[in-house]
Design a protein around this ligand. Structure first.
Ligand SMILES: Nc1ncnc2c1ncn2[C@@H]1O[C@H](COP(=O)(O)OP(=O)(O)OP(=O)(O)O)[C@@H](O)[C@H]1O
Ligand SMILES: [Mg+2]
Length: 358
């Protein structure tokens, strides 16, 4: 049995609506998983089942080798931080953090020691006497994290803990979160809407949709090898190129190219969608270099975004997005609307066999 968290065949319905459909998930001890999915996909419900706030209709939850399916939440040894799980406003930071220890009957001297240690961990030393209202949003979330960690939980559950913070603070706190998780080795499951956050923080990303797990894997693997169009599109921007496989080559409109390296082709041939991330293209102006194996497109607009430029390119009747480093685009002068471009694909993913339109 797993020493971490194991969710096996968990189902949950509210009335006639099946919100979780036999969800199974293993989070090894010390691992950091992020749970990603659209609104209403069941992320919070899954966390609540794990935490014990919502009873499951079916399945089991096991933590540190113990079946906790029917254990009340206060006996599960799980630390929880919710987006709207506000700190107690009338208590000081130290009292907030000490709360879980008090409930567990930990003596005063040990309480003080552990509160100080955990405030140091979240870099909030010296804030113990303040009230939550006198803290910034980022500081409040650090305190909430300290409050969850002080009980030395076997599992830390985070439900969109950073979503109320503005962009810059959010990035700081997420880096802190990564450091704290690495220092404490606490098994962690975090829900987020933000795909960049999910990829940055986790050693494994789990994509939930309609109450079922669509795909899970290491961030880079799931990003570069999405199982289907839903996962591909949910984890960033993707171009779907409707190609036809003919004599070992891919045809897209008038262009014929060799399949990108590593692409596994359908044995039967035919049409399919080739999924290509915006950053997986090489772009040159038409007529430059080897004319074989290029997709012939036309620049619609080059959108300057500081370090990167997004090119909107018309290709075989559709508009695709290409992302490139600014110097590569600006130095080569690839910015004139209407100019013909040659594109090469570094890597792509075969999706939805039979769904191509070419
Ligand atoms: N107590 C409840 N009673 C009835 N329906 C509920 C209850 N809690 C959640 N639901 C429904 O279950 C579905 C999943 O909700 P859940 O909160 O788990 O989604 P989520 O993935 O966390 O979404 P979000 O990203 O918006 O937070 C939704 O359709 C929601 O309306
Ligand atoms: Mg939610």
């Amino acid at each position: 049995m797993s020493e971490g968290l194991s969710v096996a065949g968990v189902g949950k319905s509210f009335g006639a609506v099946e919100v979780l459909k036999a969800v199974s998930l293993n989070v090894p001890r010390g691992a950091f998983h992020t749970l990603l999915g659209p609104s209403g996909s069941g992320k919070t419900t899954l966390l609540k089942v794990i935490a014990g706030f919502t009873p499951a209709d079916a399945g089991h939850v096991t933590l540190a080798g113990q079946d906790i399916t029917n254990t009340p939440p206060e006996h599960r040894n799980i630390g929880v931080v919710f987006q709207n799980y506000a700190l107690f406003p009338h208590m000081t930071v130290a009292q907030n953090v000490a709360f879980g220890l008090r409930m567990r009957g930990v003596g005063k001297a040990e309480r003080a020691e552990r509160v100080e240690a955990v405030l140091r961990l979240v870099r909030m030393t010296g804030f113990g006497h303040r009230k939550p209202a006198a803290l910034s949003g980022g500081q409040q979330q650090r305190v909430a994290l300290a409050r969850a960690l002080v009980i030395r939980p076997a599992l830390l559950l985070l439900d969109e803990p950073l979503s109320a913070l503005d962009r810059k603070v959010r990035q700081e706190v997420r880096e802190e979160l990564k450091r704290i998780q690495a220092e404490t080795h606490v098994t962690t499951v975090m829900v987020t809407h933000d795909q960049e956050e999910a990829l940055f923080l986790a050693d494994r990303v789990v994509v939930l949709e309609g109450g079922a797990i669509r795909q899970q894997g290491a961030p880079a693997a799931i990003y570069r090898n999405p199982a289907d169009e839903f996962v591909a599109g949910f984890l960033g921007i993707i171009n779907l190129l409707p190609v036809v496989l003919e004599h070992g080559k891919l045809r897209l409109g008038e262009s014929v190219i060799a399949p990108p390296q590593g692409l596994v082709l359908p044995a039967a041939g035919g049409s399919f969608n080739l999924a290509v991330r915006p950053e997986e293209f090489f772009v040159v102006s038409a007529g430059e270099g080897d004319p074989s194996d290029v997709l012939k497109g036309q620049l619609i607009v080059a959108e300057f975004g500081g370090p990167v430029v997004t090119l909107k390119v018309s290709l075989a009747g559709q508009v695709i997005s290409i992302l490139a480093l600014s110097p590569d685009i600006l130095d080569a002068g690839l910015t004139e609307p209407g100019m013909p471009l040659w594109l090469r694909i570094r890597a792509g993913q075969l999706l939805s066999v039979g769904a191509g339109r070419a």
